[in-house]
Design a protein around this ligand. Structure first.
Ligand code: ADP
Ligand code: MG
Length: 471
């Protein structure tokens, strides 16, 4: 019962305008303001289907714009005057749930007062229950926590008309099948179900058979544009591996690099090796508290940390706009995973480096990789790296943390105002501003960081004195 809709060639070559979709004028202008001028290929292929009310399985790589593809569909169906949960998005992790919530919020800003709640584990139940009692239109969360709320009767799904399974492959990897099944069974049968995934493992078909109705399928093959990702393989001995990462960084001098290791232990060892070489690197792992994880991601995304060290699991679903390099510190045995890893770089109009470190035992992995990718691997020697530029690799920005966030009603404009007003800086000296519940993070160019801390601490943000520190 599956209909496959191949994306039309026009969709993948020339960008198609959102104007051809049945969206409200308010939504059209929001998209314009956000700079979403043309649909991404997955949006062009899936939005007409989703807006027509069909169930959908959509597969496309990370960073291809899948969130807006389902967000536009669920927002279009939403009745803001009805105070009941009408749409629910299941995500594998709190980070992804936060990213999805933010994107839906941005897209919903022309409609008034749409309430979106994030419900994830790791936070206490009671405030979530209180928020649910106040009413929400959209709920975004992790399967386990949503299940708990259904169980306790704190989440009423009678009015639900759209269920989204985002990053379905990842949720299956994490063993959430039963939780997803529980949640889906507690949703009204008469609903639209949209399933999004970066890959298409077997479990997805099983999930779809059970919980989707005559779904249309849209699959966009992972295609990396010719020449945008430049791939090089470095031969070395295993003992050289950790040292080699620093050599590559000093040679290529990328501003932001994602370094993949196959194990957590390797992540820790690499972090130590990089710190010993004076390189600002951070890692993501399960032992971090949520606030620490947020700080890692924020510093990396705003260009105040050179290297993010991660395993595939930890890096899944991260959306980082500008990434000059991906380093495979360990080569992965799975060619699909390799393709996914290196697809993080060379986005949009930028070129990217994909550098892989290959010890003697990795050679056979490269052979099968080369076959899958239909490439001739370009081999290089470590010795050929010229480290004549031995100046330290320093991130261009520094992150300042301001104590006070969404709960204090601080908005990005307030911080930008304080820096460009009283403090006298230019817009160009200020980078990304991220507001979380209790803190606001602003990136500033490195050479004004210390002074900006002093000026912000002495002045006021939104009429109040604030505590500020550089991370
Ligand atoms: P995915 O879920 O496929 O990994 P996301 O939905 O996170 O991808 O989108 C990746 C990035 O692309 C986001 O920063 C988003 O704001 C941006 N984006 C999405 N759609 C468009 C568009 N039509 N035009 C420009 N940018 C877009
Ligand atoms: Mg996504």
């Amino acid at each position: 019962m599956t209909n496959t809709t191949p994306p039309s060639p026009a969709a993948s070559t020339t960008g198609r305008s959102f104007n051809e979709l049945p969206l409200s004028p308010g939504m059209q202008s929001t998209l314009q303001q956000l700079g979403y001028l043309t649909m991404t290929p997955i949006q062009a292929a899936s939005l007409p289907i989703a807006l027509a009310g069909h169930d959908l399985i959509a597969q496309a790589k990370t960073g291809s714009g899948k969130t807006a593809a389902f967000a536009l569909a669920l927002l279009t169906r939403l009745n803001p005057r009805r105070f009941a949960v009408q749409a629910m998005v299941l995500c594998p992790t709190r980070e992804l749930a936060d990213q999805v919530t933010q994107e839906i919020r941005r897209l919903a800003r022309s409609a008034d007062n749409i309430k979106i709640l994030t419900l994830c584990g790791g936070s206490t139940m009671r405030p979530q229950i209180a928020s649910l009692e106040h009413g929400a239109h959209i709920v975004v969360g992790t399967p386990g926590r949503i299940m708990d709320h259904i169980d306790r009767g704190s989440l009423n799904l009678e009015a639900l008309n759209t269920l989204v399974l985002d990053e379905a492959d990842r949720m299956l990897d994490m063993g959430f099948y039963d939780q997803i099944a529980y949640v889906a069974r507690h949703c009204p049968a008469e609903r639209q179900t949209l399933l999004f995934s970066a890959t298409y493992p077997d479990g997805i078909a099983r999930l779809a058979r059970q919980f989707l109705r005559a779904p249309r399928e849209v699959k966009l093959q992972e295609q990396h544009e010719e020449g945008k990702i430049r791939q090089r393989f470095y031969k070395m001995e295993n003992e050289q591996r950790l040292q080699a990462v620093g050599m590559l960084l000093k040679h290529y001098r990328p501003v932001s690099t994602l370094a993949f290791c196959n194990t957590k232990q390797q992540c820790r060892s690499l972090l130590e090796a990089l710190h010993a070489q004076g390189i600002k690197a951070l890692t993501l792992n399960g032992d971090l508290e949520q606030r620490e994880r947020d700080q890692v991601l924020i510093q990396f995304a705003n260009r105040s940390c050179s290297v993010l060290v991660a395993t595939d699991v930890a890096a899944r679903g991260l959306d980082i706009a500008q990434l000059e390099a991906v380093i495979n510190v360990d080569v992965t045995p799975d060619p699909e995973v390799h393709i996914h890893r290196i697809g993080r770089t060379g986005r949009a109009d930028q070129d990217g480096w994909a550098l892989s470190l290959c010890g003697p035992t990795d050679r056979h992995r490269i052979v099968s990789l080369a076959q899958t990718m239909r490439i001739e691997p370009e081999w290089h020697e470590l010795d050929a790296l010229q480290n004549d530029n031995d100046s330290p690799l320093v991130p261009p920005m520094v992150t300042l943390q301001i104590l006070g966030g969404r709960k204090e009603k601080i908005r990005p404009g307030d911080v930008l105002g304080a820096l460009t007003g009283e403090a006298g800086y230019t817009r160009e000296q200020v980078g990304k501003i991220t507001v979380t519940d209790f803190s606001t993070y602003v990136a500033v160019v490195r050479n004004i960081a210390a002074e900006a801390v002093r000026k912000l601490s002495a002045g006021k943000v939104k009429g109040k004195t604030v505590k500020v520190r550089a991370l």
